[in-house]
Ligand binder design. Sequence first.
Ligand code: FMN
Length: 409
Amino acid sequence: MTEKAFDEITLASGLKLKNRLVKAAMEESLGNEKQQPDRCIERLYHQWAQGGVGLIITGNVMVDKLAMTGPGGLALEDEANVLAFARQAQAGQKNDAKIIMQINHPGRQVYKKMRGKVLSPSAIPLNLGKHSSLFGVPKAMTEEEIEDVIARFVKTALLAEQAGFNGVQIHAAHGYLISQFLSPLVNQREDSWGGNLENRAKLLLQVAEGIKSAVSPSFSLSVKLNSADFQRGGFDVDDAKQVVEMLSDVGIDFVELSGGSYEAAAMQGVTKDGRTLAREAYFLSFAEQIAKDTQLPIMTTGGVTQLSTVKQVLDTKVELVGIASALAFEPNLVNTWQQNPSHQATILQPSFKDKTLKALATMAIVRRQLIRLGQGKRVQNSQCSTVTLVRDQLRAARLTKRYLRSVKR
Ligand SMILES: Cc1cc2nc3c(=O)[nH]c(=O)nc-3n(C[C@H](O)[C@H](O)[C@H](O)COP(=O)(O)O)c2cc1C
């Protein structure tokens, strides 16, 4: 079948992808006690590369091991870790796939039990109703802390290049630190890092420019950005359009559009401002609006399980399609589509009414598959969501203890 999905594309850095299908970032929670990838991660990435995607974006890797999105996460901040990451890069480059590392700082989205640094543009805690106390209380960052974070992103990008990755992606979506700076709800600073959009985007731009000037020109740089936060008064599609324009002067390869945060899990198809998202390709209508006004290649991720949806996305000006959960259940999905274009991936969904529990259970179910694949086991096609969530929480508690021992907190 002659689908655009299987056409190659060469990005501005010269990175050539054999097709338009991208494994989107999923934090694997399979790091070892030193926040490094181990054999399980290699096995997992090997399967995705063999499965036919053109590009693999790793789960987020932290720029500071004292500020982690969760236990079992990865951090890359010094040379000692390069070798372990190099093995992950090699696994992800099998079968002519390319691999880029997503790099992130969680800002205020840090679990209290992790006892890490909880930084934010302003001292505004997460509002998750009765679940808010699960998260640490943030402090407003000083100028020195902002400069330190920028330097960390640049260092991690350089280390990723040394480790053999084809590029890095800056995580500026989902309510993490850079997304917090972009959000008028969370960023209430009165200095040059807050106020108008240009100021709120300064952290993202300085990180992007810093990386661009440090790495070689053939090292790919991209950004994951919210098309909107889907919260009243939050970062919205017009802001996203302007930020994409600002980024086009930096010389990046593409912008991946997603949406939401821990407060409004739009990346799982749920909003908090009354807007509804499409059943598949959640952010397509927003991505279309943004893509029509820019020369930068746009990718969109969220809710894709069928090749017909991929086609619908690529029939617009969007150039790349990200797939996350479906590739946890079916790492071979792209090869399957080449044999059987009407195949639809099956994703297990939890049945909780409470939005926070539902979001946690969704993550837990997908994470369970990643762990099983990493251990060389088959995916599970049926499971009780309550049991999976409880097991995930018990595992997280164990890994949190291990983390606290390793960073001596
Ligand atoms: C277990 C899990 C971990 C995730 N980790 C990340 C991450 O590290 N970085 C990121 O940008 N998005 C992350 N996401 C979000 C996905 O990249 C994607 O935006 C979202 O799941 C919607 O796509 P999907 O419907 O294809 O899963 C994660 C999603 C899941 C389910």
